[in-house]
Design a binder for this molecule. Structure first.
Ligand code: BES
Ligand code: MN
Ligand code: ZN
Length: 496
């Protein structure tokens, strides 16, 4: 879908989109169309439940008196001026949801909000529209024409069209990064495995990201026994990818570090998962996709920050070479781990990635994203990622970024009492405790590998994939984390 900005002035063959505030109050553009169509808008509203509540949508087909094939009313809610970017994005998304498969090829939106504020709002509307238009259809060879989306072009008419264009220039980079991450998460395990995912990371060098790839040889040298143990049962070689974006080369500040769990397929290993639903475990690399997408967003919009992204890429398979329940592995930190459950593999991967990260980069903080535990889905459902954070300021910033982007974050407890559940009789710790408080115990396990660097762990098991979708996300891969962390970096760690 192509998105463009233009000065006010509605004329289109396809859909004309105008706003109506709560209480059926027509915007200027809506009133003008109502006059031209001899009251079609007022009549349509009186025969429907549309009242102008936020995100409501009503299509009026073939109105007389104008060329357009339909008028679309969008509810603006109560106070137009108080609408936040995240609400405006949801409106853009809702519009695409209404029109994508409607038969309409082009739509023109009358954005009546004046001045710079209007321009910025229009850019966020465009981002929401773009995000909702995502599709992963490369493997469909027999899709019928009538099932394919029809909407091709979206023109947004707004007074400050130059401002809108400029603001969208940056947001579009973030949108492209979200699409990139969604593609990675959508790919099946036979196509996306550690080396092919590492190759995708490598493509970011075209944007100025420095990309290093460590294989089994390099990781063995570093002593990454925890990560390497997970990949042993796979024919696919494990990889650790280090991405660096130096957007602020003069700065002496320590870099920001983001880490992702990249289990390209999680069978559970010898502690094999049941068959039902196992196909979902292709998206057990959602944390790594978020980090890769974030690096792309930052480089794409030339963020003025120095950022490290590290992803641990492994495939967890059962095999003659696979690690056994009860095996003891030695992590890069020197701490030993009894692997009492080979399905608790994400924390093993991140244990070595976190240690390596703090050891090499001495970062200001580390934030990891991981589809780590089923238990976090029981606790929070699909509304929030669970955030385990050692630093209150960082926690507040993450929660605020979640509110600003609609990618929800809910703080969870880190407490020593959970940690005792991870003691082992044979090694320094075991990798899996009892089921109660499973997400908290997993977090406390990983904390042992942070070396007291300020740290946040986001358990995104409930967020990486959406069975129903929302206003700005079609069902499927969400790329949760890309917009959240891009916002975090922009709002708190870049010069204004
Ligand atoms: N990748 C899974 C967690 C998961 C489950 C993500 C469902 C998304 C949906 C993780 O590796 C795992 O298997 N965790 C186990 C841990 C347990 C063995 C301690 C779990 O949650 O059951
Ligand atoms: Mn697992
Ligand atoms: Zn897993």
């Amino acid at each position: 879908m192509k998105i463009s900005f233009a000065k006010p002035g509605l004329s289109a063959k396809g859909a004309l989109v105008v706003g109506v505030s709560e209480g059926k109050k027509l915007s200027a553009s809506a009133s003008e169309l109502d006059r031209k169509t001899k009251g079609a808008i007022t009549r349509a509203m009186s025969g429907s439940r549309f009242s102008g509540k936020a995100k409501q949508i009503l299509s009026i087909l073939a109105p007389a008196g104008i060329e357009a094939s339909r008028i679309v009313l969008i509810g603006l809610g109560k106070a137009k001026g108080e609408m936040k970017p995240v609400d405006i994005e949801a409106m853009g998304g809702a519009l695409v949801g209404e029109l994508a498969n409607s038969g309409v090829a082009e739509a023109a939106v009358a954005f009546d909000l004046p001045g710079e504020e209007g321009g910025n709002a229009a850019a966020h509307f465009a981002l929401g529209a773009k995000l909702r238009s995502y599709r992963f259809d490369k493997y469909r060879t027999k899709e019928k024409a009538e099932d394919k989306p029809t909407l091709q072009r979206l023109a947004i008419h707004v007074e400050a069209s130059r401002t809108a264009q400029r603001a969208y220039g940056e947001l579009e980079q973030v949108g492209d990064a979200v699409f990139f991450a969604r593609d990675l998460v959508s790919e099946p395990g036979n196509v996306l495995f550690p080396k092919s995912l590492a190759a995708q990371c490598k493509t970011l060098s075209a944007l100025g990201v420095k990309v290093e790839i460590l294989g089994v040889k390099e990781m063995t040298k570093l002593g990454m026994g925890a990560l390497l143990g997970v990949g042993r049962g796979s024919t696919q070689e494990s990889q650790l990818v280090v991405m660096q974006w130096q957007g602020d080369p003069k700065s002496k500040d320590k870099p920001l570090a983001f880490l992702g769990k990249g289990v390209t397929f999680d069978t559970g290993g010898i502690s094999l998962k049941p068959a039902a639903g196992m196909e979902d475990m292709k998206w057990d690399m959602g944390g790594s996709a978020a980090v890769i997408g974030l690096m792309r967003a930052l480089a794409g919009r030339k963020a003025k920050a120095n950022v490290v992204g590290i992803v641990g890429l492994v495939e967890n398979m059962p095999d003659g070479n696979a690690q056994r329940p009860g095996d003891v592995v030695k992590s890069m930190s020197g701490q030993t781990i009894e692997v009492n459950n080979t399905d608790a593999e994400g924390r093993l991967v991140l244990a070595d990635a976190l240690w390596y990260c703090q050891d090499r980069f001495k970062p200001r903080f580390m934030i990891d994203l991981a589809t780590l535990t089923g238990a976090i889905i029981i606790a929070l459902g699909h509304e929030f990622a669970g955030a385990f954070v050692t630093d209150d300021e960082l926690a507040d910033r993450l929660v605020a970024s979640g509110k600003a982007t609609g990618e929800g974050v809910w703080r969870m407890p880190l407490a020593e009492s959970y940690d005792r559940g991870m003691d082992s009789d044979i090694a320094d710790m075991k990798n899996s405790g009892s089921r109660d408080g499973g997400s908290c115990k997993a977090a406390m396990f990983m904390k042992r590998f942070t070396n007291d660097v300020p740290w946040a762990h986001l358990d995104i098991a409930g967020m990486a994939w959406s069975a129903k979708g929302n206003a700005v996300t079609p069902k499927g891969a969400t790329a949760y984390g890309v917009r959240l962390l891009d916002h975090l970096v922009k709002a708190y760690y870049e010069p204004k």
